[in-house]
Write a protein that binds this ligand. Structure first.
Ligand SMILES: NC(=O)c1ccc[n+]([C@@H]2O[C@H](COP(=O)([O-])OP(=O)(O)OC[C@H]3O[C@@H](n4cnc5c(N)ncnc54)[C@H](O)[C@@H]3O)[C@@H](O)[C@H]2O)c1
Length: 436
């Protein structure tokens, strides 16, 4: 089957490469010529483990091509996916659907064969109706249907998630669209991945409900961590103790500096806006958004406390290790490191930063942070070393070396990756999230 993927960012490129790997004939389209140019040269525009090899293999096999020309890219495609960004709209927090609608218009103006238009972007309830209206108005004169197929992959583990999904959700009321989508996902279906068919509106809402629920879990355990600090309990034991309950499950119960990234912050906000518009407020999600927002800066205050308080902190130096919102990605969108770095600079603290993959994108977002070539360069002369993102490279720092080169042996572990007893035995002051 020929598939067109409009938008070749994280989701479009990973999905396109995986569909090609299933044996489909895939064209990835993007309006950014630099991105397509770099893909033609075999250089990945994003960092995602395994992606370069997957893309190279499928390009070589002739199943995966790239273009900036939408009309050429969608020609003969039976399924045309829309995988462009849906960021928060400036000013009100609604999902900005202008990219999705612009693509719908362009598809409408260029469609020459029957095709199912599939929204993979995360879009609010009712967006499929609007895409359908735009296409009908453009009147391509050929059969088309609009389906919803939200994506649940995680950056950093995107290929594995795409190829072994917990479920595939497809929203459509149209039998033909259903059969096309069955064909698209047949290799996964044969692999026993469940496909859940729903109405288009339910499918659109499932994506937001899933992300909001995960954000609730993270925020819940973060608040438990704060409580643990006050009462002398250990949040990791709390996570284990509740996570072993099959009704709760162990995932997304790691206390930390608050969620960030390209999805949770904007999707929780967009869900609130939809709920507001339909006069069905989601109070739990409202609280989660507010708690998470304030948490990131609070982590900056935690570091300042570890430096001895506001007065003592002024003029001191801090090493921030890990700037991306999570490991194994270069994505800096809404990363907690940004708010932490700002809180520290505001308090007159000098900040050095290091990230294995994210520094290029981080640098313009945190102009006051001196980016370093290695973790140890950042730690040299630091009064506190802060683990913001749990890249593997930071899980086994040479603590003797850290002690030698740092100005003070202070480790602030915002991801709870170290054993407090071990670190303290090396003579460190150790500060964690929610552990005694
Ligand atoms: N990143 C994730 O982990 C993730 C996971 C699940 C769902 N999503 C959702 O998927 C969607 C895409 O996210 P992303 O992270 O891949 O975004 P992204 O910003 O990485 O990529 C979007 C791409 O679309 C391109 N584009 C925009 N307008 C275009 C047009 N008119 N024609 C062709 N290309 C166009 C941009 O140039 C960009 O390369 C969003 O709705 C997001 O919420 C993202």
């Amino acid at each position: 089957m020929k598939i067109a993927m409009v938008g070749s960012g994280y989701v479009g490129l990973v999905s396109g490469a995986c569909f090609a790997d299933f044996g489909h004939d895939v064209v990835c389209i993007d309006k950014d010529p630099a991105k397509i140019d770099s893909l033609h040269k075999g250089v990945m525009p994003i960092y995602e483990p395994g992606l370069a090899e997957l893309v190279a293999g499928n390009v070589k096999a002739g199943r995966l091509t790239f273009t900036t020309d939408l009309a050429e890219g969608i020609a003969d495609a039976s399924a045309i996916f829309i995988a462009v960004g849906t960021p928060s709209r400036r000013g009100d927090g609604h999902a900005d659907l202008s990219y999705v609608y612009a693509v719908a218009e362009e598809i409408g103006a260029n469609l020459k064969q029957p095709a199912v238009i599939v929204t993979k972007s995360t879009v609010p309830v009712g967006t499929g109706d609007e895409v359908e209206r735009i296409l009908s108005e453009a009147n391509p004169g050929v059969q088309f249907a609009v389906a919803s197929n939200p994506e649940f992959l995680r950056e950093g583990a995107a290929i594995g998630d795409f190829k072994h999904p917990d479920r595939i959700v497809v929203g459509t009321e149209d039998d033909w669209a259903r059969s096309v989508m069955n064909e698209v996902y047949r290799p996964l279906f044969l692999n026993k991945s469940p496909i859940l068919f729903t109405s288009r509106r339910s499918s659109e809402l499932i994506k937001y409900a899933a992300n909001a629920f995960l954000a609730v879990k993270i925020t819940f355990i973060n608040e438990m961590a704060d409580l643990c600090e006050k009462v002398g309990a250990d949040v990791q034991d709390i996570s284990r103790g509740i996570g072993m309950d099959g009704r709760i499950g162990p995932k997304f119960l790691h206390a930390g500096p608050g969620y960030g990234g390209s999805c949770f912050p904007k999707d929780t906000l967009a869900l609130l806006k939809t709920a507001e518009d339909y006069e069905a407020p989601t109070r739990i999600v409202e609280a989660v958004v507010a708690v998470n927002d304030s948490r990131k800066r609070a982590m900056g205050r935690k570091v300042i406390e570890a430096l001895g308080g506001m007065d003592a902190a002024r003029g001191k130096k801090v090493a921030l290790l890990g700037l991306t919102f999570k490991p194994n990605t270069d994505d800096m969108r809404d990363a907690p490191s940004i708010a932490i770095a700002l809180a520290l600079s505001d308090a007159g603290v000098e900040v050095a930063g290091y990230d294995p993959e994210g520094m290029e994108l981080a640098a313009p977002l945190m102009p006051d942070v001196a980016m370093q070539k290695t973790a140890y360069d950042a730690i040299a002369g630091a009064d506190a070393t802060v683990i913001v993102t749990e890249w593997d490279a930071f899980r086994a720092l040479d603590l003797d070396r850290v002690k030698r080169i740092a100005a003070a042996p202070v480790l602030v572990d915002l991801r709870n990756v170290y054993d407090p007893a071990e670190v303290r035995a090396k003579g460190f002051t150790y500060v964690s999230v929610g552990r005694p």
